[in-house]
Design a binder for this molecule. Structure first.
Ligand SMILES: CC(C)(COP(=O)(O)OP(=O)(O)OC[C@H]1O[C@@H](n2cnc3c(N)ncnc32)[C@H](O)[C@@H]1OP(=O)(O)O)[C@@H](O)C(=O)NCCC(=O)NCCS
Length: 220
C-alpha cells in the first residue's frame, strides 16, 4: 500500500477526532523466524492455517507499529482491548493503530472490504432507532450503510476497555447514523464514550473509535 494513502488516512482521522494516531499496514505475514518464543507459543496454539496466517499478518502490522513507537517488537506484551493499540485484518491486509494520547481509555479499529453483511443481520447489531434510520435509506445504498455501521460498532467494541460479554446492538450511535463522525454510547455506564470516524476505502470502510471520558456526563 502506498505510504501516501496511509498518511492520508492518519491525517483524516486526526482531523476528525483531534487525536494523533499512527497506522501500520501489513500486506504479508511476518516471517516465523522473527517471532519471539512467546509469540511462537501463541502461534502454535492456533490450529487453523487460515487463523495462523491472519495472526501472522496482524503481528507484522503490530511489529511495525511498535518499532515506530520505539517500543521494540515483542507483540506478546500487548493484550486486547488495549488503551493505546488496536488491530484489524481482512484478506491479505492487516492494519494496526496506535496513539500515545493520555486522554484515551481505549482505541479500536475495524476494516471491512469486499464483503457485505446480509441485510437480515441488521437486527442483530443495530438498535431499533438505527434500524429505523436504515429502513429510510435509499434501497441500493442500504448494504453499504449497513457495512459502515458494522465497522463503526466493531471499532467501538474494540475500544471499550470492558467489552467482555457486550453485544454490538448495545453500542448506540448518538447522532444520525448517517454521519461519518460521531459518538457512541457504551453499554455500561462507565463514564466513557467512544468518538468515531469512518473512512470510505476501496469496496469498504475503515473505522476508528476512541474511548474517552464522557465530559458531559461528569458535569451533570
Ligand atoms: C473480537 C472481534 C471484535 C474481532 O473482530 P473481527 O472483525 O472478527 O476481526 P478483526 O480482524 O477486525 O479484529 C481482530 C483483532 O481484534 C483484536 N481483538 C480480539 N478481541 C478483542 C477484544 N475483546 N477487544 C478488542 N480487540 C480485540 C485482536 O487483536 C484481533 O486480532 P488477533 O487475534 O490477530 O490479535 C469480534 O469477533 C467480536 O467479538 N465482535 C463483537 C461481538 C458481537 O457482538 N458479535 C456478534 C455480532 S452480531
Amino acid at each position: 500500500m502506498e505510504i501516501k494513502l496511509k498518511k492520508l488516512w492518519e491525517s483524516e482521522f486526526e482531523r476528525a477526532l483531534e487525536v494523533r494516531v499512527v497506522l501500520a499496514v501489513a500486506e504479508k505475514p511476518v516471517s516465523r523466524m522473527s517471532l519471539t518464543k512467546t509469540e511462537l507459543e501463541t502461534l502454535h496454539a492456533l490450529r487453523a492455517p487460515s487463523r495462523q496466517r491472519s495472526w501472522l499478518l496482524g503481528r507484522n502490522a503490530l511489529k511495525k507499529l511498535l518499532s515506530s513507537f520505539g517500543m521494540g517488537e515483542e507483540t506478546s506484551l500487548l493484550s486486547f482491548p488495549h488503551p493505546h493499540f488496536s488491530l484489524t485484518h481482512v484478506g491479505d491486509r492487516a492494519i494496526a493503530v496506535g496513539s500515545r494520547d493520555h486522554r484515551l481509555a481505549g482505541i479500536g479499529i475495524d476494516l471491512e472490504m469486499d464483503r457485505l453483511p446480509p441485510m437480515k443481520s441488521a437486527r442483530f447489531f443495530l438498535s431499533r432507532e438505527e434500524q429505523k434510520w436504515l429502513s429510510k435509506v435509499k434501497n441500493g445504498s442500504q448494504p453499504m450503510e449497513l457495512l459502515r455501521l458494522w465497522t463503526i460498532k466493531e471499532a467501538a467494541y474494540k475500544a471499550n476497555p470492558c467489552n467482555q460479554g457486550t453485544r454490538l446492538s448495545q453500542y448506540i450511535v448518538m447522532e444520525s447514523p448517517g454521519r461519518a463522525s460521531g459518538t457512541i454510547l457504551f453499554p455500561q455506564s462507565s463514564g466513557l464514550l467512544a468518538r468515531y470516524h469512518s473512512l470510505k476505502v476501496r469496496k469498504g470502510f475503515l473505522s476508528l473509535a476512541l474511548a474517552m471520558e464522557n465530559r458531559g456526563n461528569k458535569a451533570r
